[in-house]
Ligand binder design. Structure first.
Ligand code: UTP
Length: 458
């Protein structure tokens, strides 16, 4: 009979978590070693402390008089700012970071979301769309833009294999950096006990997009980027194919303001829109999630009729490298958010799998925007929703493959029509390798281009 190592048992017992080693001697040796390794990586004291917070209100907003709308810079950058951003790209000072560690549960695809086809005509995947934008920028400015791809254990292997199979979508392999975010266990909501996925394996899930920042530092990638001369990291989410990756006008304004964190905003038109908003809390930039924004504040309007708190966040940020170093330095960490979820699990004491009827578990997530209040200098820059924000979240209905493909087609139809080519309502798509914006398309469009059916311009 194989005993649980006494130190491990002692540690688990001290935190009331010894149930996870029930049935230890029946586990194959490899599973015992894997479980011991999983447990060694956990801070059980931290989990206890997190569990004790379970009945605290989700977020406590300060009184209204400490919250102000953020000043929003207009969408159009000046020529000087755009030139400044272009110079930064020419010097190789900007990296693109796509977060692709989420499990895409609402979309319901069994592959990483980045592998989902969104091109309305080409069927290009999200990964292809983003990678080709990075390639196009690298060509345009004559300097490789490093592409950082953050994955999680749920998406890592398939993501890396997909990039390899697609020959990195034309990018040099040396300019693509994969790194994995951390994971967190889940605990039983009623007891705080760790949940197992199966005998000998803890249930673990990605630790939220905020895990990007810690992982960037902990994997040593931030230091490597710095050594390469990168000064700014452009952060975006894999599920938004419209994002203007490393937008020079945005980069230029961030540089001119010497900002530590800059964020794009899409103007919220209706009080009930489900989008988090940027707000200044005690003068610092922060995001208030839509579920935390009191109805009265959501409905407040300025004298001109616009919503007062209208700076909707499409989750597009630009962080300076020194800021990222500061945010990820030991002791300054982001705080976990608690989410009540339904998690099927294995009960080791009863030796059976349990399919809960309702919410039964607490999960823990870090949010990237919790870093924003740490920025001493920050900017919020408007971007038209139709030009830059069409997230793929659901299998059908709003924010679904259908709406995302329609948004890409509508944007590119606008570019074509501005270049004098009517699209007659046909689906159209412009490859990033041909043009990244309307002006570039106009300059490159072959004379005599016509649209008489679904059209891909590449
Ligand atoms: P969402 O919160 O929309 O999650 O993530 P999701 O995984 O795409 O979808 P659901 O909620 O399971 O249906 C927004 C972005 O943050 C990334 C996702 O990959 C997506 O780009 N993300 C989210 C991570 O990289 N890691 C996480 O732990 C969570």
């Amino acid at each position: 009979m194989t005993q649980v190592p006494p130190e491990l048992l002692h540690r688990l017992t001290a935190h009331g978590q010894q149930h996870v080693v029930a049935g230890w001697d029946a586990l194959p040796a490899a599973d015992r070693a894997a479980l011991a390794a999983q447990l060694a990586g956990l801070d059980l004291g931290e989990l206890d402390a997190l569990y004790r917070r379970k009945d605290e209100p989700h977020t406590v907003l300060p009184p209204r008089d400490r919250i102000a709308p953020v000043p929003i810079q207009p969408a159009q950058a000046s020529a000087a700012d755009t030139a400044r951003g272009e110079d930064a790209l020419r010097r190789g000072e900007v990296a693109a970071l796509v977060v692709a560690g989420g499990q895409g549960t609402r979309l319901g695809s069994d592959k990483p979301k980045g592998m989902f086809p969104v091109g309305p005509v080409s069927g290009a995947t999200l990964f292809r769309v983003h990678a080709e934008k990075v390639l196009a920028l690298s060509r345009r400015y004559g300097k490789p833009v490093p592409l950082l791809v953050m994955t999680s254990p749920a998406t890592h292997d398939e993501t890396e294999a997909n990039f390899r199979a697609e020959r990195f979508f034309g990018l040099a392999a040396a300019d693509v950096f994969f790194f994995q975010q951390g994971t967190m266990p889940a605990v039983d909501l009623a007891t705080g006990k760790l949940l197992l996925e199966r005998p000998g394996k803890l249930f673990q899930s990605p630790n939220g997009h905020g895990g990007t920042l810690t992982a960037l530092a902990e994997t040593g990638l931030l230091a490597r980027l710095k050594a390469r001369g990168v000064k700014h990291v452009f952060y975006f989410q894999v599920d938004n194919p419209l994002v203007k990756v490393c937008d020079p006008g945005f980069v230029g304004r961030h540089v001119a303001a010497d900002a530590e964190a800059s964020s794009k905003v899409v103007v919220k038109e209706q009080p009930g829109e489900k989008v988090g908003i940027l707000a200044a809390i005690d003068g610092r930039c922060g995001i208030i999630e839509y579920s935390d924004l009191p109805d009265a504040m959501a409905a407040e309007r300025d004298a001109d009729g616009k919503l007062t708190f209208r700076a909707g966040s499409p989750a597009i940020h630009l962080f300076s490298v020194p800021f990222l170093e500061r945010v990820t330095a030991r002791g300054t960490g982001l705080a976990y958010h608690l989410a009540r979820k339904k998690v099927p699990f294995y009960d080791p004491t009863a030796n059976r799998a349990v399919e809960p009827a309702g919410v039964n578990a607490l999960k823990f997530e870090l949010f990237v925007f919790d870093a924003l209040p740490m920025a001493d200098r920050w900017l919020a820059v408007e971007t038209p929703r139709a030009e830059e924000f069409a997230p793929l979240k659901n299998g059908s209905g709003p924010d679904s493959p259908e709406t995302v493909r329609a948004a890409i087609s509508a944007l590119h139809a606008g570019w074509l029509e501005a270049a004098g080519v009517p699209t007659h309502g046909h689906p159209v798509e412009v490859s990033p390798l041909l043009a990244l914006d309307a002006a570039e398309l106009k300059a490159k469009l072959p004379v005599g281009t016509r649209v008489a059916g679904p059209t891909l311009l590449s």
